[in-house]
Design a protein around this ligand. Sequence first.
Ligand code: MN
Length: 227
Amino acid sequence: MNSVIPHWALPQVAVAGSDATFPVRRIYCVGRNYAEHAREMGGNPEREPPFFFMKPADAIVTGGRMDYPSQTADLQHEIELVVALARGGRDIPAAAALDCVFGYAVGLDMTRRDLQAELKAKGRSWEMGKAFDQSAPISAIVPASRIGHPRRGAITLTVNSQSRQHGDLADMIWPVADIIANLSGYVTLQPGDLIFTGTPAGVGKVERGDRLEGAVEGVGTLSVTIV
Ligand code: MN
C-alpha cells in the first residue's frame, strides 16, 4: 500500500550490551508513586489507586542533550525507573505482570511545572505540561534477563554535581507488577510500551547549561545536558 506521507522512523532505545534496539510504541507515566513526592506536590501520600498520563513515543531523548522547551520558565526534573514491555495484554494479574517485562532503564519525566500547575488549577488536562517534545530522556534499556526485577535500590539525581533527588525503589507506593496489573485494566498493553514509574521527592528547576546525572542502582545511569 502507498502511504500519502513518508513513513517515519520508529522511536527506539538502545539495548545495553548489544547492537539491538527496543522500538517504542507508547509511553505511560505514573503520577505520585512515592509518598514523599506526593506530599511535596501537596497531595495525599496514602495508597490511592495509581493514576496515569502519557507522553508521545517520539518524546524520548537518547542523545544526552535536551533542548529547553517553549512555553515555560520552570522546567523541572523527575528521575524515574522505566519499565520496557516485551509482551502486553489486558487485565494482567500482578503475579504474571513481571513476565511481560523486557527490561529496565533510567528516565527523566521532564515537566513544564508552571504550565502543569496552571492546567491543574483550571481542572484541565496536564498534557501540555508533560507531553512535549523531548520530555522523556532515557538511558539504554537493560534486559531483565541480566539484572532481574529491581525491587529496592537507590534512585538518585544530581544537577551540576549537587544532589537533588534521592529515594529508594522500595518506597514506591505501587511496585512495578502492581502498576502493570492496574494499567492493563484501562488499556491493552502492547510490546514496545514504556512505563515511567514515578519520581521520589526533591523535584526542582533546571536551566540551560545544567548537567543532569541520574542513576538507579542495579539498572544504570543517565546523563543529560539542557541546551
Ligand atoms: Mn513523573
